[in-house]
Ligand binder design. Sequence first.
Ligand code: FMN
Length: 144
Amino acid sequence: MKAAVRYYTKTGNTKRLAEAIARAIGTEALPLESPIQEPVDVLFLGNSYYAFSIDPEVRTFIQSLDNAKVGRIVNFGSAAMLNSTWKKVKVEADKVRIHLDDREFHCKGEFKGIHKGRPNEKDLAAAAAFAKTIMSEGSGGKTK
Ligand SMILES: Cc1cc2nc3c(=O)[nH]c(=O)nc-3n(C[C@H](O)[C@H](O)[C@H](O)COP(=O)(O)O)c2cc1C
């Protein structure tokens, strides 16, 4: 099963999660400026909340995806207060007809002194384990 990892970050937290995921599954974590060129079964997409929404760059990136090249998206990220960007990402993924896996990885992310050090080593290990689980299932994928 082939996978790619892309992330959007403002303060580095999502990048750290992306790198832990990429390392665990033997690929590279790249920013959104790197388009998906080769077809992948799974696109791990890292993003966060900024002022209660995902960044417009994340929306633009999802809109640029070709559903013939991306089997499904798996969301991951962190936030200071809110739980998950999954619903926001789902709206965009639906527009380009790419399945968003029901499962995702989410943890607390440091913001202005809140949740200091998060994602921490434990979060990074959990993100890596999550990605390995997704990859161990084969290209069919299982959703909740
Ligand atoms: C400009 C800005 C706005 C933010 N707004 C929110 C928000 O509305 N809700 C929330 O839960 N976290 C918010 N956060 C916290 C981030 O989601 C959190 O710090 C996350 O880990 C940042 O990931 P990044 O370092 O990859 O950008 C905000 C952070 C920044 C920098």
